[in-house]
Write a protein that binds this ligand. Structure first.
Ligand SMILES: Nc1ncnc2c1ncn2[C@@H]1O[C@H](COP(=O)(O)OP(=O)(O)OP(=O)(O)O)[C@@H](O)[C@H]1O
Ligand SMILES: N[C@@H](CCO)C(=O)O
Length: 342
């Protein structure tokens, strides 16, 4: 369920009157996603306003996404996110492009929430990930990293390693209700990961997506047709983004590492942007940290979301086998690690 805020016909009409995207012909809420309220808009198509490609005058119709930003998105970050999406789209990445209204502003207010219209991307995200998806997703991630190089504004990663001890502290009281011994295991893992984290400046940095899970990557005919959901994007270690992807794409439903997928993902990435030796060497600890990050935010939501809240909680324990795997790999305790692609 991801329509947290209702939009009345009247409010929508007034909102759209600021744009040149044609007349509204259809409007529906999107059930998927957990963070924001998303709607699909179909219009007769516009002539201005900065919409890409499909919004040229005279076409049969244009689809757009209307997003109302909720809960975890800090409104102060929105200009940075929308700026990044516009920049990446200008530099050849297929991602939602913010649509400016007649006054030039893409970020507006609707139903009391910050809101923006972006272009609609074709394609479908993969419900069952296979090795065939992993090469294209690795290559798309590397294209994102290269395209982001000229976007100079910095957004520190609010969910980076510095935030993990505090997140764990806020789960200390109830964490073991999810699994006995979990808090102690996370304490031990943090005590290993944090001192081993690459020093500032040790690895190439840039704009990273930081949440490139399968539900944020659209495919069409076997190729990546679009990347969405830039609302965790930030300026951080590029190889950390690769590590987030390894966790999200290269483990099966039982939490078992799939070396063939991992090799495909890394090879796809390196077909566009080869990893340096130091980046490759850091991947096990970066991947352990990436597992820690998603385990902790999921655990935080699990223990802090009141029953009945309109939030879909994701299972923190999905990330425990990933964390264990990478801790073992970092300790050199995994047979055949050279075969994993990193
Ligand atoms: N630009 C787009 N083009 C086409 N469909 C989109 C676009 N943006 C969002 N969608 C649709 O809306 C759904 C939810 O979007 P999104 O994943 O951004 O939701 P969210 O709640 O903001 O984030 P999260 O995935 O973190 O819960 C997507 O799965 C997709 O179906
Ligand atoms: N991708 C995140 C959800 C936040 O968008 C997770 O799976 O925990």
């Amino acid at each position: 369920m991801a329509v947290y805020t209702d939009v009345s016909d009247e409010a929508l009409r007034a909102f759209l009157s600021a744009y040149d995207i044609g007349a509204l012909t259809a409007f529906r809420g999107i059930a998927e996603g957990v963070e924001n309220s998303n709607f699909v808009l179909r219009t007769t198509g516009g002539t201005t306003g900065g919409a890409a490609g499909n919004a040229k005058g005279g076409v049969a119709g244009s689809d757009f996404i209307l997003t109302l930003y909720e809960r975890r998105v800090n409104p102060e970050d929105l200009p940075w996110f929308l700026g990044l999406m516009g920049y990446l789209s200008d530099h050849g990445l297929s991602c939602p492009r913010p649509v400016a209204a007649r006054d030039g502003a893409a970020l507006r207010v609707l139903a009391g929430r910050p809101a923006a219209i972006t272009t609609f991307l074709p394609g479908v995200w993969p419900r069952a990930v296979t090795e065939a998806h992993c090469g294209p997703v690795g290559a798309a991630l590397a294209r994102l990293h290269l395209a982001g190089q000229g976007y100079d504004a910095v957004r520190p990663n609010a969910l980076g390693p510095g935030s993990w001890p505090g997140l764990l502290d806020s789960c200390r009281r109830d964490g073991d209700s999810v699994q006995p011994g979990l808090v102690a295991e996370l304490d031990a893992a943090l005590a290993e990961i944090l001192p081993a984290w690459p020093a500032p400046g040790a690895l190439p940095r840039g704009q990273i997506h930081a949440d490139l899970f399968p539900d944020n990557v659209f495919f069409l005919d076997g190729a990546v047709s679009g990347i969405i959901d830039f609302y965790f994007a930030c300026t951080d270690i590029l190889a950390y983004d690769v590590a987030i992807c390894l966790n999200a794409w290269c483990f099966d439903a039982q939490g078992r590492f799939d070396a063939a997928r991992s090799r495909a993902l890394i090879a796809g990435y390196e077909s566009v942007r080869p990893l340096g030796e130091a980046e490759r060497a850091a991947l096990p600890v970066l991947a352990a940290g990436a597992a820690m990050r998603f385990l902790l935010t999921r655990l935080y939501d699990w223990v802090n979301t009141p029953a009945g809240a309109m939030v879909t909680r994701k299972d923190p324990l999905d990330y425990l086998p990933r964390l264990r795997f990478h801790r073992a790999a970092s300790a050199g305790a995994l047979p055949g690690a050279a075969d994993h692609g990193f």
